[in-house]
Design a protein. Structure first.
Length: 132
């Protein structure tokens, strides 16, 4: 979401330092806020986009993606693609998490039923079977 906002501001020709400041102030996570604000300060001090992203404290995959976008010749389109890729990653990981939770829930319910059987019916069946 943050990179999507930044890419839209960048595409709208808002100065990069202002875009980074706006996104940084809107960020909820402290590490994202700090990285975007530092990124804006580095741009303001005259650093290039690649160098500023590298030194702002962003994860390596973000640094690589921004460098790729910058070297492609159409930085705005590259940043929009970065935002889209990050959004797709979130959707994919959320789906995987839902499937894993569904599987874990099924296993837990099965174990619960087994526990109920062992605690209630098994002792009764064992006593009946021993009398036969």
């Amino acid at each position: 979401s943050l990179w999507n906002s930044f890419s839209l501001l960048y595409d709208a020709a808002i100065p990069t330092k202002e875009s980074a400041r706006i996104v940084g102030e809107a960020a909820r996570r402290p590490d994202s806020r700090q990285s975007f604000l530092k990124f804006g300060k580095l741009i303001e001090s005259g650093r290039g986009l690649d160098e500023a992203v590298s030194n702002a404290g962003f994860p390596n995959f973000v640094v690589t993606a921004v460098r790729s976008a910058s070297s492609s010749g159409d930085t705005a389109a590259g940043l929009i693609e970065l935002a889209s890729d990050l959004e797709q990653d979130v959707v994919t990981l959320t789906e995987m998490l839902k499937e894993n939770v569904k599987l874990a829930s099924t296993v837990i319910v099965g174990l619960g039923l087994l526990l109920v059987f062992v605690m209630t019916y098994y002792p009764m069946l064992a006593s009946v079977m021993s009398n036969i």
